[in-house]
Write a protein that binds this ligand. Structure first.
Ligand SMILES: Cc1cc2nc3c(=O)[nH]c(=O)nc-3n(C[C@H](O)[C@H](O)[C@H](O)COP(=O)(O)OP(=O)(O)OC[C@H]3O[C@@H](n4cnc5c(N)ncnc54)[C@H](O)[C@@H]3O)c2cc1C
Length: 272
């Protein structure tokens, strides 16, 4: 029998990892395996309160557990941040298309994250780690407001040390003790030493960041069809029915959330 996509699979919250003062990773064990592709999203339900969309930050090769990394921002996310392990939540999905993995063969992948936007991208990085031949080299540029808000700090060294990978973090404004780059994540895109004709850029972060990242990428010579953006707008049903996430002819929940800039560039206000 076909699964009812409106019914959530129960999932026990087994662990909570504090990433930053405002971001936690929730480790969930669903009652049945939930296969997903990197970049697809799920609706996470807090029983009795509501649900919200999140893209798993864990490896798509693990289907019997799922990690979701969440910034505290409002009704559902505040409640999630108050929870303790042991409670049962619900997961609907996965929805959307996920990252264009097939296009990445032999290509350099330029990963650009801002704040909690590194969470969906981490599942892409896990995919590449698990299937190294799916692409060429990987260059990660990651920006956060301040050093305390850098997400997944425990993984940064491993990413920079991997053969064919580089990882550069930046913070918005100088902070005592910080010896790395200072400036918005777009400033890391000024001197890219990449063959742009063989590079795909994938970016996730706040809408304003996506806009400026896109302009910068175009400025330095990227073609629109080599830029992918996670358009994490408000979405509800996840199946292109409710119409909450329309952008021109697209439903971001069904056709995205990762959209190729070439497909949306002529749609008024597509980037907010
Ligand atoms: C496909 C997709 C994947 C996402 N993945 C992640 C993720 O991995 N980690 C994560 O922390 N967040 C992610 N988000 C954002 C997350 O869905 C929102 O932060 C969440 O819905 C807020 O719910 P709330 O009830 O806590 O906030 P609300 O009380 O509903 O709103 C609080 C504030 O957040 C704003 N807001 C609500 N929903 C969104 C949204 N979708 N995008 C931007 N602002 C919003 C509201 O306008 C309001 O200002 C994703 C969103 C989408 C659409």
């Amino acid at each position: 029998m076909k699964k009812n996509a409106f019914v959530a699979v129960p999932a026990v919250l087994t662990e909570i990892i504090v990433e930053t003062p405002t971001i936690k990773t929730f480790v969930l064990k669903p009652a049945e395996p939930i296969p997903f592709r990197a970049g697809q999203f799920v609706q996470l339900e807090v029983p009795g309160l509501g649900e919200a969309p999140f893209t798993p930050s864990s490896s798509p090769f693990e289907t019997d557990r799922m990690e979701i990394t969440i910034l505290k921002t409002g009704l559902v996310t505040n409640k999630l941040h108050e929870l303790e392990p042991g409670v049962t939540l619900g997961i609907r999905g996965p929805f959307g298309k996920g990252y264009p993995i097939k296009k990445l063969a032999d290509q350099t992948v330029l990963v650009i994250g801002g704040g909690v936007g590194l969470a969906p991208l981490r599942s892409l990085l896990y995919h590449i780690e698990g299937e190294p031949d799916c692409c060429g080299s990987v260059s990660i540029k990651y920006g956060s407001r301040n050093p305390d808000e850098l997400c997944f700090r425990r993984m940064h060294e491993g990413w920079s040390g991997r053969q064919g990978w580089d990882f550069t973090p930046t913070i918005d404004r100088f902070a005592p003790g910080w010896e790395g780059h200072v400036g918005l994540v777009t400033t890391l895109l000024d001197d890219l030493d990449l063959d742009l004709e063989n590079t795909y850029a994938v970016s996730c972060g706040p809408e304003v960041m996506l806009r400026f990242v896109t302009w910068k990428l175009l400025d330095v010579g990227f073609e629109p069809d080599r830029i992918y953006l996670s358009m994490n707008r408000n979405m509800s049903c996840g199946m292109g029915i409710c119409g909450r996430c329309n952008v021109g002819p697209y439903y971001l929940c069904k056709d995205g959330p990762d959209m190729c800039y070439a497909d949306i560039k002529d749609i008024p206000y597509a980037l907010g």
